[in-house]
Design a protein around this ligand. Structure first.
Ligand SMILES: [Zn+2]
Length: 315
């Protein structure tokens, strides 16, 4: 039985958007030298830290409380956490929301703040009136007025929810794509030379998005036409029947679009038919990358097309 699922990101990621940061529904305009250095949690509650390799660190925490007015409690927890990290007595001050652009404050219960205590920081906390998400973002140890301006400008670009098409941007290290919000990140393995995102969707659906660096080297070991088979093996897909693979052009690059069927796991395989697995793999010669999108489950074909359409590399 096919379930009607909304799994269709319609809006492509532009090349410029690849310079954005996107994670768990949080997105922001990232200065070129700022990059993700730590992350944790999930879409309900988590954090992501970015820094510019020098004195500035941007820390974003988010949570979605079950009740409408969780902002005070979230700020109390934040202040307690900061105080624990800081040895000195912390001076915490709320600022006038007018220090941020009016458009940024629209639909937000906005609380800008600064604190001082060993380290210094400024930041913003808000509750989004559209999705009820609470975000607390701060920039630690700003030194000069110029750095403060940069920090504030970056803070004011943060968005906290999916777009109108119910898709969210994932963008790190010059690699970007969009996924439907029905897919939850299961695991992200971000290594030098290989970025791997594993998502889980409803009704046993799953999605993998990967970027491999040093493609020329990797392709010497396994030419592109061998990748569909290799990828299914690496993803531990227990294939039933043949693997169909067609040479195509994807985003102007040599590519293979493939499909197969996978046996269900455990006892399920006795009662349930194999499920579709679909994928596309292409070689971006200019940036020396191999890009991979593979999906499983009833909506696999649609998901692969929609996600692969949004994949961009800026470096
Ligand atoms: Zn929101």
């Amino acid at each position: 039985m096919k379930t009607a699922l909304k799994s269709t990101p319609r809006k492509a990621v532009t090349r410029e958007q690849a310079g954005l940061f996107g994670w768990q529904g949080i997105a922001l305009e990232r200065p070129e030298d700022w990059e993700l250095t730590a992350f944790g949690g999930d879409v309900e509650q988590g954090h992501a830290y970015l820094d510019n390799g020098e004195q500035m660190c941007l820390r974003i925490r988010w949570e979605t409380p079950r009740y409408l007015y969780g902002l005070d409690a979230a700020m109390r927890r934040y202040r307690r956490a900061v105080r624990r990290e800081s040895n000195m007595k912390m001076v915490f001050e709320q600022q006038d929301p007018a220090v941020y652009p009016i458009e940024f404050g629209a639909n937000k219960e906005l609380r800008p703040f600064t604190w001082n205590g060993g380290e210094a920081a400024f930041g913003i906390a808000w509750r989004c009136k559209e999705c009820n998400r609470i975000v607390i973002a701060d920039v630690v140890a700003p030194v000069t007025a110029r750095q403060q301006r940069t920090g504030r400008r970056v803070l004011a670009t943060i968005t906290d929810h999916a777009d109108a098409g119910d898709t969210v941007l994932w963008a790190v290290y010059g690699f970007a794509f969009r996924t439907a919000t029905i897919y939850n990140l299961d695991k992200a393995l971000l290594e030098t030379g290989r970025l791997r995102f594993a998502f889980r969707g409803p009704a046993q659906t799953w999605l993998r998005v990967e970027r491999w660096g040093m493609a020329t080297h990797a392709l010497k070991k396994a030419p592109l036409d061998a990748w569909p088979e290799e990828l299914l093996r690496m993803l531990k897909v227990r294939r039933t029947g043949n693997l169909a693979s067609d040479k195509i052009t994807w985003q102007g690059h040599a590519a293979y679009r493939f499909s197969a069927h996978a046996a269900q796991k455990g006892i399920k395989q006795l009662v349930s038919p194999p499920t579709p697995v679909e994928g596309v793999v292409w070689h971006d010669e200019e940036r020396d990358k191999v890009l991979v999108v593979v999906a499983g489950g009833d909506t696999a074909s649609d998901t692969v097309d929609c996600v692969a359409e949004t994949v961009r590399c800026s470096r």
